[in-house]
Design a protein around this ligand. Sequence first.
Ligand code: ZN
Length: 375
Amino acid sequence: MRLRWTWKLGRIAGIEVGIHPSWLIIYALVVTSAIGFTPLFSPELSHRSTIVLGLVAALVLFASVVAHEFAHALVARRLGIPIGGITLFLFGGVATIESEPNSPADEFRVAIAGPALSVALAIVFGALYAGTMALGWLWVATLCAYLALTNAALAAFNLLPAFPSDGGRVLRSLLWRLNRSQAKATLWASWVSVVFAGLLAATGGYFVIADREMRGLWWVVLGLFLWQAAVVSGRRARVDLALERLHVADCMLKTLIPVPANTMVASFIGEVAGSPGAGYPVVDRGALVGLADVRNTSGLPFAMWDRTPVSSVMVPIARVPALQGHESARDALMRLHESGADGLPVYEGGELVGIVTRDSIFRKLHDGAAVRRSA
Ligand SMILES: [Zn+2]
């Protein structure tokens, strides 16, 4: 998730930390809750030391949230998953992980790292509370008690099964491990999250209407936020699932029109290219040397078209990964993305049988959806 309008605080261990203005609302709420908590716990403390405690407690809790997000980010980095940065916003913190984990085990490790760190902090603050209380340092003891409770609450809140929260990701990693399909696991985890978020919002609504308890409003807002996030993930998972089920052999361009390497771009565009649903392998003395696509010529000035051979604008075959017909369209898209190529060759028994492109995949997916709709 990316939030606009964030203030950049700086970099820690090479990871950028930013604050979204909406975080100020949560900061004010935390200060208020710490000030409300103090007299219940230590009525002896003066009003002034209670306010100072509230401000300090909110700052340390803020550092605890950053530490929680760092635990996710550092584990992800160690597993080779690129990370974008950490942002604090209305609902706490978020570490932007740039790509999906490669395995259920990696996903589990990244997801559990944050709550595990929050639990560890809760234990440390709990121990500090016991120690300082024994020494009679009431102010510090109250601060530590508050931080122990809030860090424990942070861990519990993050472990709620609402994808893409930590708990939702833990759930998805387990489902993924069970049925071996990341897309299917995401879809199931999203359904659980939609139900959970709906229940949360409905319970909050009940408190507001039946008990006139305004705190229920927070649950409603949170439930709707989680519901929206789960619906978006579910929608993406359905596309992923369709891609996972589609084989490269069923979505590749099968009509292959060989183009001799010395064909000029002008005649390639004017005479050869343009047949719908065809791919253009470039051949030199009978051997496949590259793949040509009209898009490869887009940077070439028109005046150069009849002086430039296709071999100068094609994607050399050595530079693109090869695919097999039984591989999934999802893998093909991933490799198209990684290689930056417009098309990838598909081989069967060492022979070129097709070319797969982004367009060929999505056209097939779109046609499939249209057939299902009309059925
Ligand atoms: Zn987390």
